[in-house]
Design a protein around this ligand. Structure first.
Ligand code: DGL
Length: 273
């Protein structure tokens, strides 16, 4: 039976990816799941992020999703490879789980002139060095410097992202990153929550530095994937619907998601562990 495409994040951040995917590929059905009850994932151990992400993937498969996008860098960095290599062959070898790191990395070479890339991410993403490894594979001539920003996700999850108090935490990490490498001319926002902080980031970033928000590239890469895999494309239902699920209070999710997406949505609460 055909089914929706699953989009997963620890919380609200994946909505920045969903909204790009929806606008590029409006014909498909989508299910979004935010694991808000257990967010943030960014400071958690490999084992925990892997377990939480597997819980989510299992749930998506039960909802009849054939394709799941981990719209979360932390889950992509810590759980994607194990899920693809160990779990999928056992759970269901015909289903697919894709991440956000590879499509983002593929886009960077077109931006930088100095060859010096900066990366903002959660502690988990930065420590995993997934971006560094992926960039070294695809573009060995590029230099990457990473900066973990552990307060940025809580600013978004708690709706403090546009408030004056956020300035301190944003500026601090921009300064730290540019101290590590002053030739950086391109910065990857390696966390799907961070596009919501873009106004503040731009406020403190020198104007000559470009910022890459990954939603657009993940959407483009999904489009390309579906073109190259007609057997998967055929299994994706096409009624243009989106359903929203959260593991915490649906009222809060509904309010926050409507704010981020600039449209009114309704969320349902589910339990995945
Ligand atoms: N939005 C996520 C990411 O891209 C997760 C952030 C978190 O839960 O700490 O990494």
């Amino acid at each position: 039976m055909n089914g929706p495409i699953g989009i997963f994040d620890s919380g609200y951040g994946g909505l920045t990816v969903l909204s790009e995917i929806k606008s590029l590929l409006p014909q498909y059905d989508y299910i979004y799941l935010g694991d808000n009850a257990r967010a943030p994932y960014g400071n958690r151990s490999f084992e925990i992020v892997y377990k939480f992400t597997k819980d989510a993937v299992n749930w998506f498969f039960k909802q009849n999703c054939h394709l799941v996008i981990l719209a979360c860098n932390t889950a992509s960095a810590k759980a994607l490879r194990s899920i693809q290599q160990i779990d999928l062959p056992r759970m269901n070898p015909t289903k697919r789980v894709l991440g956000v790191i590879r499509p983002t990395v593929e886009s960077v070479a077109g931006f930088t002139k100095t060859g010096h890339i900066g990366l903002f991410g959660t502690s988990g993403t930065i420590k995993s060095q997934s971006y560094d490894m992926e960039i070294a594979k695809l573009y060995p001539h590029l230099t990457v410097s990473g900066e973990a920003c552990p307060m940025w996700v809580p600013l978004v999850e708690n709706n403090e992202f546009d408030k004056p108090g956020a300035d301190y935490f944003i500026k601090q990490h921009i300064d730290n990153l540019l101290e590590k490498d002053d030739q950086i001319d391109t910065i990857i926002l390696g966390c799907t929550h961070y596009p919501l902080l873009i106004n503040k980031i731009k406020k403190f970033l020198p104007k000559n530095i470009q910022v890459i928000s990954q939603g657009k590239y993940v959407a483009g890469s999904l489009k390309d994937y579906l073109l190259r895999h007609p057997e998967m494309e055929n299994k994706c239902s096409k009624n243009g619907t989106v359903k929203y699920f959260t593991t915490d209070l649906p009222e809060k999710f509904t309010d926050m998601a409507s704010l981020f997406l600039k449209e009114n949505i309704e969320a349902q609460r589910i339990n995945i562990d």
